[in-house]
Design a protein around this ligand. Structure first.
Ligand code: ATP
Ligand code: MG
Length: 265
């Protein structure tokens, strides 16, 4: 069996590949030592391939491993494989890995290059949701967010223009959290706050992606990373925002496993 591991800041993504097929597994990065113990005890004959920020740590503690890949290259190899499997055929494109933070890449004929980074990402989603709404569990946050309404929190372009014609779509957010002083804040529920947090993260990374896509003369923006996992609020915002700007958003199924898969390739 071949085992590909992408050990990130928040989650360790594991891909198991053998003659019978492929399976995936997620571990919290805080449990890295438990994963290492399992691999050392139960996978002595398997080939282990590593990538991600915590790969050097894992390599030190594992009894054996085949190779360590540079994270950005491994992720790109895995992403191309997943895109091919899912019939997403693009000439050149921008892709975003929305992990703990977000990294932005351009993919063209000569491979990928990292073109931007932002500290706004999945870690922001969890950190701000904890501070503002007292919810820290990822699954609880994303489910709660589906029941919220961020209208009283975010300032939209049409709020500023107050019924007059707007030079850009009125439904665009003019300022995330910018309506708090004018909105009815006392009525806000945790669901509204976590939805606004997801809005901030989704709109920030999508806006950067759209600008990069314009600069690199493509309409296609590909999204991967565990921050999209079951996150319907985030996915809806990404699709709507990209649509408003005439860009095409492609959210890759199992995209969070790109690095783990690519480490093996
Ligand atoms: P990086 O690449 O930045 O080092 P990473 O590889 O750990 O980090 P991802 O796994 O792509 O990053 O994404 C991490 C984010 O995914 C978290 O910040 C959180 O928002 C979200 N997430 C999804 N599922 C979970 C989960 N079960 N537990 C914690 N976070 C989760
Ligand atoms: Mg990662």
């Amino acid at each position: 069996m071949k085992i590909g591991i992408d050990a990130g800041g928040t989650l360790i993504k594991v891909a198991y590949i053998d003659d019978e097929g492929r399976s995936f597994e997620r571990w919290p990065s805080a449990q890295v030592d438990a994963l290492i113990d399992r691999l050392n005890a139960e996978h002595t004959d398997d080939l282990i391939y590593l990538t991600g920020g915590k790969s050097a740590y894992m390599a030190e503690k594992l009894k054996h491993h085949e190779a360590i890949s540079v994270e950005f290259e491994a992720t790109y190899r895995g992403l191309l494989k997943l895109m091919k499997e899912q019939d997403v055929r693009l000439g050149h494109f921008i892709y975003l890995n929305v992990g703990t933070g977000t990294s932005f890449h351009y993919a063209g004929p000569s491979g990928q290059q990292r073109v931007a980074g932002s500290g706004v990402g999945g870690g922001t989603l969890i950190g701000l949701s904890t501070l503002l709404a007292g919810v820290h569990d990822y699954d609880s946050i994303i489910h709660l967010a589906t029941q919220g309404n961020r209208d009283e929190i975010d300032l939209k372009v049409h709020h500023i223009y107050a019924g007059r014609p707007t030079p850009i779509p009125g439904d665009l957010t003019a300022s995330n959290f910018g309506n708090v002083l004018s909105g009815e804040v006392s009525k806000l529920q945790p669901a509204d706050k976590v939805q606004a947090v997801i809005g901030l993260v989704a709109e920030t990374v999508t806006a950067i992606g759209i600008s990069l896509a314009e600069g690199f003369e493509t309409d296609d923006i590909v999204f991967i990373g565990s921050t999209l996992l079951d996150n319907t609020v985030m996915k809806d915002i990404i699709n709507r925002y990209a649509g408003l700007k005439d860009a095409r958003a492609h959210i890759i199924h199992n995209g969070e496993y790109s690095g783990a898969l690519g480490a093996i390739l």
